[in-house]
Design a protein around this ligand. Structure first.
Ligand SMILES: [Zn+2]
Length: 202
């Protein structure tokens, strides 16, 4: 049995053991990522979380009822509702150099993350033979939301790997990268805490 298959099985077992739970992601597409690419990226990220037993409901902050102005998402304060901004500016002060995004797991309810689309595009464009910008965006989204759900900025194997190169990019395009069983378990534990926070507040 190939290691990848075994890891896949372990992830499946970890997700089967955990009760299916869901998060909502409010997404602000400030970088004007083309709709087809964004839809595919959401499908990829959604499947990565689905494999971890976490369903994702996407909300488009372009819709007036979810918009706070300037294209930003209306704040809900709900720890089960994450906010993801896809930024058009290359904010060099944000994250490590070359990072495609950043997250604030320790700030407030730990609900804010962003993708630096120009850097992501630059990475994708450096591999002209791999047509996978949408998959890359999907995995970058899964990575940053992963930081929020894991409640840390640590890196590890799979989706949470720090630096991505050709081999990771190829794995993404094949849909072969996921969260490890330990990460899955930690995310579910974090989600239970978020749920308790929400219930205690209501
Ligand atoms: Zn990271």
């Amino acid at each position: 049995m190939k290691l990848g298959t075994l890891a896949g099985m372990m992830i499946w077992m970890a997700s089967a053991a955990a009760a299916q739970t869901g998060i909502t992601v409010m997404l602000s597409n400030q970088a004007h990522v083309p709709a087809a690419m964004l839809t595919e990226a959401q499908r990829v990220a959604g499947r990565v979380f689905e494999d971890a037993g976490i369903s994702v409901t996407w909300i488009d902050c372009a819709r007036p009822e979810f918009q706070a102005g300037d294209g930003h998402c209306k704040e809900t304060g709900d720890p089960m509702v994450l906010v993801l901004n896809i930024l058009t500016k290359d904010r060099r002060e944000a994250g490590s150099s070359g990072a495609m995004g950043f997250a604030f797991p320790m700030l407030g309810a730990g609900t804010h993350a962003a993708i630096l689309f120009p850097r992501l595009k630059q990475f994708a464009d450096s591999y002209v033979d791999i047509p996978g910008t949408a998959a890359l965006l999907g995995y970058a989204i899964a990575h940053e939301l992963g930081h929020l759900l894991l409640k840390n900025l640590e890196h590890g194997p799979g989706v949470m790997k720090a630096g991505w190169a050709r081999s990771e990019y190829v794995s993404m395009c094949r849909g072969q990268m996921g969260f490890t069983p330990a990460q899955v378990s930690q995310m579910h534990s974090g989600l239970r805490t978020r749920m308790q926070t929400l219930m205690a507040r209501n």
